[in-house]
Write a protein that binds this ligand. Structure first.
Ligand code: G6P
Length: 607
């Protein structure tokens, strides 16, 4: 994981690095560091803990430097110590670098370098790369030494490197980990995502796997592949994220801000893509693959974490409305399966960040087998968007809290639109098309209604705060939502919570039920309502404490949170909202680090 940012230009890099790191902190936050340099000095500071701690330490030191690197870490190789924090450097302390990813053959390289008298101060794989460059730098050609070193390493990485002896130059390289170049006026910035870049410019170049970029104050920018050494043209894009989207405003946490943005995430994702008068979709982004899509006979959906639950939702949706053979598979499993893809399979990959390594790897395997692939992605220009055949961008805006919330709503919205589109091109008569269009239009308002009742959920969290275990049960479209409710509570409140398809409870889970085991039952009035209510009865008979989320009252539940009426496929848009709010308030009462939960990172770029 880890977030990296490098700057070269005319300003004091320290302020940009610190602000950039705060924006990248969702990628890892166990330790951090910066290095900057002016003509005379090198200033290197590392800290265990958050960027705000580092900021306190360096703020009043009058540090200055037009070139600098910053890093926020999620530990992989080596414990959480200052020595293991980045930036790392070589024996001569000339080469400084920041790294995101893993160098898989670092042990072997370290042994070789030790024999050549290199001394190591950390347990990291990253430090090895600084010494490897040093080894080749004996010929005094910085660019070439980085190139040679890159050819020797295996794994996934994004690096930004500077050399004390050539301070007009910044070198970046990537393979499987993200790196974006920002082009300002006589200033450059390299970072893991667009958020630090938007501090100085909207002009960006997305680097591809195998790219090395040399940024030179006097000569400008050169990009080439370190795999075949061929130079590449600069393709400049504009980022459209607004600074305000990234601000916390008056909210205490990003998570609650993002939950409150759920109605907007749904609306922004559908409004340009649906024609409400003609009851038609407008998915221009798929025009070029329309013919291929018409012929698909099977859909495979894959992702990790919350995005995987969106896949499960999609599976029910495509089966139900398109009568298409559909499967949802966790990406870290799919990539090791010998999956029988054929020319009539469509793979859909879903990811907020567009960088999750397991999702990326699963898609690379399918790509090698010429499978048609659509990405449902939130971050523009991210690695997955560059590999899939076509992208449907979710319009959730930047999501910064580690636990995903609004992106999930935008993902399931995209799936509904895609389902309608597939029905159109395949000539399938949707059973309740008019109602679907009518309902999606008002679903943001219904979500808002629930959010306006957040005090009720807060009170529920207060009432249940003494419990240490929770079940979440749901059937069919509500099963993915049960999984999402349990995951959220685990992620940010560190509570034991599990989800089951409601019908499965009697095959084991019910053994744990007694008066100390609260169970959330998701039972809107859909096609499986009565079956789910029977499961509720079974739990009640064993004295379980029941929290029912439904549009129907039911006297046997200990607590009922009523949601507005809707269609079966839209109930998940409503039942998930109180669960997001519940996890938020539960974690808040427990005093957890809501936006930066322990041991987690938002963008998981290690396997
Ligand atoms: C991490 C995050 C989750 C997220 C998952 C997948 O585990 O903490 O909130 O759902 O990664 O991330 P993606 O960016 O691929 O949607």
């Amino acid at each position: 994981m880890c977030g990296i940012v490098g700057y070269l230009g005319k300003r004091n890099s320290l302020l940009i690095l610190l602000e950039g790191l705060k924006r990248l902190e969702y990628r890892g936050y166990d330790s951090c560091g910066v290095v900057l340099s002016n003509n005379e000095e090198i200033y290197l500071y590392k800290k265990v803990g958050k960027v705000s701690e580092l900021e306190k330490e360096v703020k009043n030191k009058n540090l200055d430097g037009n070139i600098g690197l910053g890093h926020t870490r999620w530990a992989t190789h080596g414990g959480i110590t200052e020595n293991n924090a980045h930036p790392h450097y070589d024996c001569s302390q000339n080469i400084f670098l920041i790294h995101n990813g893993i160098i898989e053959n670092y042990q072997e390289l370290k042994e070789k370098l030790k024999k050549k008298n290199h001394n190591f101060y950390s347990e990291t794989d990253s430090e090895v790369f600084a010494h490897l460059i040093e080894e080749y730098y004996k010929n005094n050609d910085f660019e070439n030494s980085v190139l040679k070193a890159l050819k020797e390493i295996r794994g996934n990485f994004a690096f930004v490197i500077f050399n004390k002896k050539e301070k007009d130059k910044l070198i970046g390289a990537r393979f499987s980990s993200p790196l974006i170049l920002g082009l300002g006026k006589e200033e450059y910035i390299l970072a893991s995502d667009p958020s630090p870049i938007s501090l100085i410019t909207k002009n960006v170049v997305y680097l591809d796997d195998g790219d090395m970029v040399v940024v030179d104050k006097n000569k400008g920018v050169k990009i080439f592949s370190f795999l075949n050494e061929k130079e590449k043209p600069l393709v400049i894009y504009q980022i459209n994220w607004q600074i305000d989207d990234i601000k916390k405003e008056n909210y205490e946490h990003y998570m609650i801000k993002e939950i409150e943005e759920e109605p907007k995430a749904v609306f922004n994702t559908f409004y340009k893509r649906l024609n409400f008068e003609r009851l038609e979709t407008n998915l221009k982004e798929l025009n070029e693959i329309k013919e291929k899509l018409r012929n698909i006979e099977k859909i495979v959906l894959t992702a990790c974490g919350t995005a995987y639950y969106a896949c499960l939702y999609g599976r029910y949706l495509f089966e139900e409305y398109l009568n298409l053979n559909s499967e949802a598979e966790i990406a870290s499993e799919l990539r090791y399966r010998n999956y029988p893809y054929n020319e009539k399979t469509l793979l859909i990959v879903i990811s907020q960040s567009g960088e999750t390594i397991d999702t990326l790897e699963a898609l690379k395997i399918a790509k090698k087998r010429n499978v048609l692939i659509i990405g449902i992605i939130n971050v523009p220009g991210s690695s997955i968007t560059r590999l899939v055949d076509k992208v449907i961008y979710t319009q959730a805006g930047p999501e910064l809290a580690v636990a995903s919330t609004k992106a999930f709503l935008a993902q399931i919205t995209s799936l509904v639109i895609l389902m309608i589109y597939l029905a159109e091109i395949k000539g399938i008569n949707l059973k309740n098309k008019k109602q679907i269009f009518e309902e999606i239009k008002i679903i943001p308002e219904k979500i808002k209604e629930i959010i306006n009742r957040k005090e009720e959920i807060k009170k529920l969290a207060e009432d249940l705060i003494c419990f240490k275990n929770f079940y979440f049960l749901g059937r069919k479209f509500q099963y993915p939502i049960a999984l999402e409710g349990a995951l959220k509570l685990k992620e940010i409140a560190y509570l034991h919570s599990e989800a089951y398809p409601a019908g499965e409870t009697k095959h084991g889970p019910i053994a744990l039920i007694d008066e100390n085991f609260p169970v959330f039952i998701l039972a809107p009035k859909d096609s499986v309502y009565e079956k789910t209510i029977s499961n509720l009865e079974e739990i009640k008979a064993r004295k379980g404490k029941i929290i029912l989320i439904s549009d129907e009252a039911f006297e046997k539940a200990d607590y009922v949170f009523k949601i507005p009426k809707s269609l079966e496929i839209f109930y998940p848009f409503l039942t998930v909202v109180p669960l997001h709010l519940f996890a938020y308030y539960f974690a808040k009462i427990l005093g957890r680090e809501i936006d930066r939960p322990r041991n987690l990172a938002k963008s998981v770029t290690v396997e």
